[in-house]
Design a protein around this ligand. Sequence first.
Ligand code: A2P
Length: 316
Amino acid sequence: MKTLNFSHNDKMPMIGLGTWKSKPGEVYDAVLTALKTGYRHIDCAPIYGNEAEVGNAIQEAIQQGVLKRSELWVTSKLWNDAHRKADVIPALKKTLSDLKLEYLDLFLIHWPVALSPGVMFPKGSDDFLSLDEVPLTETWQGMEAAVDEGLARHIGVSNFNLERVRHLVGNSRIKPEMNQVELHPFLPQEDLRKGCKELGVHLTAYSPLGSKDRSSAIKKDDEPLLLEHPAVKRVADKRDCTPGQVLISWALHRGTAVIPKSTNAGRIKENLESSGVELSVEDMQFIAQIGPEYRFVDGSFWAMEGSPYTMAGLWG
Ligand code: A2P
């Protein structure tokens, strides 16, 4: 498995198992199967509502001798209601307790959006805190404290536009090493990719397969189908692999980590085997041009009436 280099010579396996939308009751088997299949990177977040079950599966795999903790890369995230500096470490400790781990390999600010303590999803304007009230640099100091205390080996962000990444790099004691964002051929984000590379910040591609299992509340009826796009299918036929493997391999060839979600044993294996799929420069360009440009997770849920956040402010 190819890896990305982090500080202290740590290496993140480029394919990880995504656990967003993996239901309690299914995610235990998915994680245990993935670890037995050879995954060494699991992507989690408290807002996914399944970290305790993910933790049970990791613990079981370690107890069965499938792997050692030191051979596994675990990423989790800080939810929006714990952006105040003093709230960061308590939130991280809850995640570590659920995951039954002593440290995270990577801890990310989930969104550049702050909510009042205890609010999972906002219902009205009172549930929001603005970035003037809780600047991201304040949250970042809490993230840095997590590294100082040995609770996170590396820290980073998610859903940050280039301007925000650049500002954080210029205003931090410990630099962000990762920005996890939506990336796939309908949203290649080439400027963000180039800019983060110059800043020395890695990217992880979320929703690499088009995230078709999102709930109807955050999914439009007329969304384009990434896995069924004729160009993706054509490359899959040419390379004798599946459309899912083309999309995962496309992410790897761009130098990004990628976290396809699956709770199906066959697809969990299929997705890991994408690391053996070679794509030519022509294949890469052909896929990059397919369009339409489309963001599946558009963040509109943060831009409701009365909110201090706007879509333009989020994505720049
Ligand atoms: P399942 O969990 O039943 O495998 P994303 O990672 O973009 O969020 O996409 C996840 C969705 O893609 C889920 O519906 C998942 O279903 C499905 N999926 C995962 N791997 C594959 C694959 N190799 N081919 C087709 N669909 C896949």
